[in-house]
Design a protein around this ligand. Structure first.
Ligand code: NAP
Length: 455
């Protein structure tokens, strides 16, 4: 499949796009390098003005942009509009805080003055996924631009209209030509772009194979990378938890974005004592959900983004079922309609050795596991190769402290769902990636942390 808008709700190809020619790509890389020379000298307050104007634009036109998101990747329209509006938040956050985050930090040494300065690197490549096609890009671009870098976006091939709109938004916000450019290219061009001398660093949000491929090329050329990869986050519920709140949150944490979120709760690890109640209440809530056209505000669940995601998800579900897992609800694609619809599904009594132990279920499938105690809960939670987020529910303080200490994840949320917030760093450990986005840590990933010593 080339670069195209294919409506996941109908299967209709709405528009196709040509990939940049080598000459066009060359022009854009040259423009990025040229733009950086001047852009790096602009003041924080100038960049902040442009970024705040950008925030105003996304907010004012959130409905129009939300519709593009929904048509291209199928998330329910209300969630698409909310995602676009959230982008204004990260713009304003960095517009207000970047200067402070990147002010020199002074240290007393034998020098008369010694400090660390944070200088921009140049053109940064962002390879981005389709699942949050606006938010993922903004959470890269807002800090990168405030730091004085210029951005190059290689977006997923199924969200080209989002990619084009994003460049227009930054241009309308006032950023000079070349400060933020979209490169309409397929994944096959990424290696060449990473290797280009004018590209100084790269970030990728997406799958493990894509991340490994980009990082190996960047490694060969000694370039910094940040990787935000998959997750199979645990959602642990212990005996003292507020069960009603845990179940209500579980529904959102699993099904938001039609279940296609890296930080979705995917494995529900339940203490025996509360497992039946949790499962029955979850089932009741799943039964209330409306599945259908994501443009209809009344629907909770839309289609999966592409036919291959549906096929892969269904294969994982069938593998679990054939090895003995029980289907509590759902469990088969909805074949009574066009589009990539998969119903909210609950699998329980999953025996060891199925893909549920290791694979990321990128769709609306909740995997339920029962454990005897907190030790078993933590062991099971940590038993995968991924370590993005973890949500744990308890009202017992020693248990809480243990979970925070022992869960192998880039983030632990107690009595809440894992979410990204501009004020808190975001990223994973293990095969979920490395580096951080957001907060002060995020903006310092793509800078030259320059040591200065003055006699
Ligand atoms: P994907 O196939 O890896 O695609 C992501 C991006 O990488 C796309 O722009 C894609 O381009 C590009 N790409 C694919 N193969 C590549 C390669 N070999 N070299 C360089 N670039 C390559 O990921 P996906 O399946 O669409 O996205 C879902 C995955 O992303 C899930 O695992 C999810 O958990 C993860 N994710 C992680 C985070 C996080 O913050 N940790 C956030 C969101 C999603 P094309 O579209 O042209 O192939």
């Amino acid at each position: 499949m080339g670069i195209a808008t294919v409506n996941p709700a109908t299967g209709e190809t709405c528009e196709t796009f040509s990939s940049l020619t080598d000459a066009e790509l060359e022009q854009k890389l040259a423009l990025a390098q040229q733009a950086f020379l001047e852009y790096r000298q602009t003041s924080f307050s100038q960049r902040a003005t442009w970024l705040k104007q950008t925030a105003d634009i996304v907010e004012a036109d959130a409905e129009r942009f939300g519709k593009i998101v929904t048509i291209e990747m199928g998330k329910p329209i209300k969630q698409a509009i909310a995602e676009v509006k959230k982008c204004a938040l990260v713009c304003r956050y960095y517009a207000e805080n970047a200067k402070n985050f990147l002010s020199p930090t002074y240290t007393e040494t034998d020098a008369s003055q010694s400090f660390v300065a944070y200088h921009p690197l140049g053109a940064i490549l962002a390879v981005m996924p389709w699942n949050f096609p606006f938010w993922q890009v903004f959470r890269f671009a807002a800090p990168a631009l405030m730091a004085g870098n210029v951005g190059l976006l290689k977006h997923a091939s199924n969200v080209p209209q989002c990619a084009i709109a994003l460049e227009e938004i930054f241009t309308q916000g006032g950023f000079p030509p070349g400060a933020f450019q979209t490169l309409l290219v397929g994944a096959d061009k990424v290696a060449q772009i990473v290797a280009d001398d004018r590209v100084k660093a790269a970030t990728l949000t997406g799958s493990e194979p894509a991340g490994a491929s980009l990082a190996s090329i960047a490694g060969k050329h000694i370039k910094k990378t940040v990787l935000e990869l998959g997750g199979t986050d645990p959602f642990i519920v212990l005996e003292s938890a507020d069960l009603e709140a845990a179940v209500a949150t579980a529904v959102i944490a699993r099904l938001q974005n039609n279940g296609q979120s890296c930080i979705a709760a995917k494995r529900f690890i339940l203490l025996e004592a509360i497992a039946d109640r949790f499962q029955n209440t979850l089932l009741e809530q799943y039964r209330q959900l409306k599945i259908g056209d994501p443009m209809d505000e009344l629907n909770d669940i839309g289609p999966l983004a592409t036919p291959s995601i549906l096929t892969e998800l269904d294969q994982l579900v069938q593998a679990c079922v054939s090895q003995g897992a029980d289907v509590i609800i759902g469990g088969q694609p909805l074949s009574d309609r066009p589009g990539n619809y998969y119903p909210p599904t609950i699998l329980a009594n999953i025996p060891p050795g199925t893909p549920a132990d290791t694979e990321e279920f990128f769709g609306p499938v909740a995997l339920l596991f029962r454990v005897r105690d907190i030790d078993e809960a933590i062991t099971l939670a940590n038993s995968t190769s991924l370590g993005l987020g973890a949500s744990a529910w308890t009202n017992n303080e020693p248990e809480r402290d243990r979970l925070i200490r022992d869960l192998e994840a880039g983030a632990v949320f107690i009595n809440g769902m894992v979410k990204s917030d501009p004020r808190l760093p975001f990223g994973g450990i293990k095969r979920s990636g490395y580096g951080r986005e957001l907060s002060v840590e995020g903006i310092r990933e793509f800078v030259n942390l320059k040591t200065v010593w003055i006699k």
